[in-house]
Design a binder for this molecule. Structure first.
Ligand code: SAM
Length: 255
């Protein structure tokens, strides 16, 4: 029986020249101190890590997930319990680390390869990660110049006056998350989740109920830019939503 319809990642690429990775791996420019450094919070909970007694939950101020592993509130950071925690198997603060959903399928449509679900997904459920090589911005710029059709994802996290930038390239080494297309009216969003490293894992959660056989999408602009006409790229958007901006968002920080 799969807990929350999740499983160990046994998906694969449709193109066997690509290398499948189930989680992020360090690439050129990756800060190895941050990559190898476990967050400095550890809990010793004997309950289910559901209350503010859990040090990991306390970092965010309230529970990340409900009793069914669904995200309680979107748009914030998540710190899951990690390998050093001494909590029990009943811990409810572990979702992304349990692996992707079952029933995801790579198909082809007008946007190229696309990710679909064969099983209905409820709002708040975890879908999969966007995993690949962790690289730095100079390396990302170099790679973008070599190949405009790349799979580089840049996320900026703003805390007080600081911005933390994480860059993941899934062009050659990546997971099933690399097949998710952009939509101007998406059914998922990406949330940075920290587990066993200071570098976040990029977790894709459903923001609406998603029907069986529906395409999984998120907004490539993320970070509240959802309906902005600024910062558009030259790639024509084929999402067909009635609020389509016409073009894909530009990758902020890369150009
Ligand atoms: C991360 S990949 C997504 C998977 C890709 N469709 C494939 O065939 O592997 C991003 C690329 O997919 C295409 N793409 C994604 N969303 C699109 C959209 N809404 N309209 C047109 N092309 C899109 C663009 O070429 C983009 O650079």
């Amino acid at each position: 029986m799969y807990k929350n319809n999740q499983t160990e990642d046994n998906y694969d690429h449709i193109d066997n020249s690509l290398i499948y990775t189930t989680t992020n791996i360090p690439g050129p420019g990756c800060d190895m101190n941050n990559f190898n450094c476990c967050p400095n919070y550890v809990c010793n909970c004997t309950d289910s890590c559901k209350t503010l007694n859990c040090k990991c939950v306390r970092l965010v101020g309230c529970n990340n997930y409900d009793n069914f592993g669904k995200l309680i509130s979107i748009n914030r950071f998540i710190y899951e319990c990690n390998n050093l925690c001494n909590c029990m198997s009943s811990c409810q603060n572990r979702v992304v680390q349990l692996g992707p959903r079952i029933g995801l399928r790579i198909s082809h449509n007008t946007k190229g390869y696309s990710l679909y679900t064969d099983i209905a997904i409820e709002k708040g459920q975890f879908v999969c990660e966007y995993a690949g090589e962790i690289i730095d911005l100079p390396e990302a710029k170099r790679r973008s110049n070599l190949d405009s059709e790349n799979y580089i994802f840049v996320i900026n996290e703003h805390v007080a006056d600081c911005v933390t930038t994480t860059v993941i390239d899934a062009t050659i080494i990546g997971n099933i998350g690399r097949y998710i297309n952009h939509s101007c009216q998406p059914n998922c969003m990406i949330i940075p989740v920290r587990i066993d490293s200071l570098i976040p894992r990029l977790a894709i959660f459903a923001i609406n109920d998603i029907k069986c056989n529906e395409e999984i999408t998120y907004h490539y602009g993320g970070e509240g830019g959802s309906h902005s006409h600024n910062n558009l790229s030259e790639i024509k958007c084929l999402c067909e939503s009635f609020i389509c901006n016409g073009f894909l968002p530009r990758k902020t920080g890369l150009f």
